[in-house]
Design a protein around this ligand. Structure first.
Ligand SMILES: C[S@@+](CC[C@H](N)C(=O)[O-])C[C@H]1O[C@@H](n2cnc3c(N)ncnc32)[C@H](O)[C@@H]1O
Length: 215
């Protein structure tokens, strides 16, 4: 059973293999051209540098992250001064000189609205299957109806009890029930030496655009 304590412990013991030092290439390649100032939600953001990249493109960015250590490391690693306010549901940390804030707390307690877009990398796959539909509903409730979502998910034949959890194409379709497009896919067992030696027979990373039905 994956609890919030599981994630806090991962951060506290430095087991954050999911963290990328570089900006995610799929984000750079596939992020849509939205109006400057668009409000972008990044659920389960960790200390991802993708947040900074999105701000640099001219967006107003809000991350949501459970771990206070992740938040402190994010602002510290990027030399960003910030202020913190206590809200009813968690702490809100706002960068002083950037259109960037991170809500420190559980995504299910986040009450932010109404976002124009969402970037999900390794967020849905961090949710156990029992919480996945609730996660999708929660994120959807934070977004405009015509919001643009870019999502990076994983489908693999490894352990089903620990993250990253495998999410199939059918899962994505039934979870989102929107206009979904798989725009890229790569089996990392074939292309990445780190996975070639692993226990996986396949480890497929897919990039999805999730759009409102009429688009
Ligand atoms: C697999 S990591 C991905 C982090 C980030 N998206 C990235 O690309 O590096 C999942 C993150 O979600 C956070 N997390 C897990 N459950 C959460 C929840 N219920 N609410 C907010 N954050 C959560 C974890 O602390 C962890 O940092």
């Amino acid at each position: 059973m994956i609890t919030n304590e599981f994630w806090l412990d991962r951060w506290n013991t430095g087991r954050i293999g999911f963290h990328e030092n570089e900006v995610n290439q799929s984000l750079i390649q596939y992020w849509p051209n939205l109006p400057l100032g668009s409000r972008v939600l990044v659920p389960l953001c960790g200390k991802s540098n993708d947040l900074i990249w999105l701000v640099e493109q001219g967006y107003d960015v809000t991350g949501v992250e459970l771990s206070s250590l992740a938040v402190v490391e994010f602002f510290g690693d990027n030399d960003l001064a910030y202020t913190t306010e206590q809200t009813a549901y968690g702490k809100l940390h706002s960068a002083n000189e950037m259109t960037l804030r991170v809500f420190e707390g559980d995504i299910f307690d986040f009450d932010g609205k109404v976002f124009d877009a969402c970037y999900d990398r390794a967020a849905m796959v961090a949710m156990p299957s029992t919480l996945r539909q609730s996660y999708v509903e929660k994120v959807s409730a934070c977004l405009r109806e015509d919001a643009h979502i870019l999502m990076i998910s994983l489908h693999h034949d490894g352990n089903i009890d620990t993250p990253p959890f495998s999410v199939s194409d059918d899962d994505v379709a039934s979870l989102w029930q929107r206009n979904i497009h798989k725009i890229a896919s790569e089996d990392l067992v074939q292309t990445n030496s780190r996975y070639k030696e692993s226990e996986y027979a396949y480890f497929e990373e897919s990039v999805w655009r999730v759009l409102p039905d009429e688009l």
